[in-house]
Design a binder for this molecule. Sequence first.
Ligand code: UN1
Length: 511
Amino acid sequence: MIDIQQILTKLNINPNNPGVSTGLKSWNGSGEILESYSPVDGKLIAEVHSANPEDFEEVVESASQAFKIWRLVPAPKRGEIVRQIGEQLRGNKQELGTLVSYEMGKSLQEGLGEVQEMIDICDFAVGLSRQLYGLSMHSERAQHRMYEQWQPLGIVGIISAFNFPVAVWSWNAMLAWVCGDVCIWKPSEKTPLTAIACQNIIQIVLKNNQLPEGISGIVTGGQAVGEYLADDSRIALVSATGSTRMGKAVGEAVARRLGKSLLELGGNNAIIVTPSADLNVAIPGIVFGAVGTAGQRCTSTRRLIVHVDIYEEVKNRLIKAYAQLRIGNPLDENNHVGPLIDTIAVDHYEDAIEKIRKEGGHFIIDPKVLKGDKYDSGCYVAPCVAEVENDYFIVQTETFAPILYLIKYDNLDKAIELQNAVPQGLSSSIFTLNIRESEQFLSQTGSDCGIANVNIGTSGAEIGGAFGGEKETGGGRESGSDAWKAYMRRQTTTINYSATLPLAQGIKFEI
Ligand code: UN1
């Protein structure tokens, strides 16, 4: 159906030696081999070497040297480089989006959408490069000027997850670059090729502008490579997206050396459906949130908290909607749901299902691991819905699969309490046409999440807002608004242009 060799070639990837063809030896590493299999058809796409400690050292050294040059480039000029990256991404959107879809398994629409998010963050970062504003203050001392300025941090380590293999890296990298930082990327070991494709694109732009390649480094590999980044005090900021388990390990290691971390971890996102909800808007929002990307977004809808008066109606409409879902090859636009990332994810799905049953859950739409020709990779599962209690252990856990939990409520205070009663705090929504209900949900006694939506599902956030969440989601914010501040250090400056030395707080000191 697609000619993957042709796509790899267009993205400058030599399938027999994916890293070396791009120039920097370390992109291919010398460490153990990572095999990239497509969950779409189970085929091996290519083998990539992971980075060993020497490779890592080489990449950090090249980043340190590049930082000395890059920090001197004026911010709007750095923005111009990011603009050129955005142009390259526009030119490669089809191929990169297709590779994302093939290597990761999300639908082609979503693969292209992910590349669009990268293009959008480039545009955002270009504008931002002229708006890295600091405040100025009035000094309490005469003839003194006081202000703050934002300086680059240095090397930013980016650990990204398989589910958004390229967009989440770009949210971090594009901001970090206009801020004057250099980046070292550890992509998910499950999706190394999309990362190498991005590196090729960036390196073309850097080369065209005679800039050092160390501005954008890559270290492929698993947990060990993540640990190199977390433990190394030359990495000023580690931005990590992924599971709470991974984030705790990274956060602890970085904190031990008092480095900075930005964590964007698991979600356990709920939608509250009130009696006034417009179900024609709510049902597609719920279904897209629960089954889009096969339930593997950190913003996927996991819990549906429905008012008792409309519970049966919502349940019936969900049964109808799920019956229409087409599961299969994500590159075929007729399908709604593609595969899970690998068979390990399928094991997690099956394990969760067993736990739901054990704890007393009841499926209204049955789970199933799909078999047969079309599902040869063994990674395709049926999206399912179960009636549960919010306090089941399994409901409190994020399972990266299309499993939706149905929970009943009778008054809004209780619904909000249920929505907040999980360890995670990423995304949340309410469907209502009642202004009191919507305002209560958005008030300080409402949702405790980093994202709170009204009449929109929990997933599909735009890049313009700050993205991230509270509690076990890690507290970090990436992407839009003023998330850029995490990639810079704030410096408060006071300048005395008087002929005396007045001290602050009126202290007298005479010699
Ligand atoms: C993620 O799942 O890690 O809000 C990021 C969304 C996307 C990003 C999700 N814009 O669904």
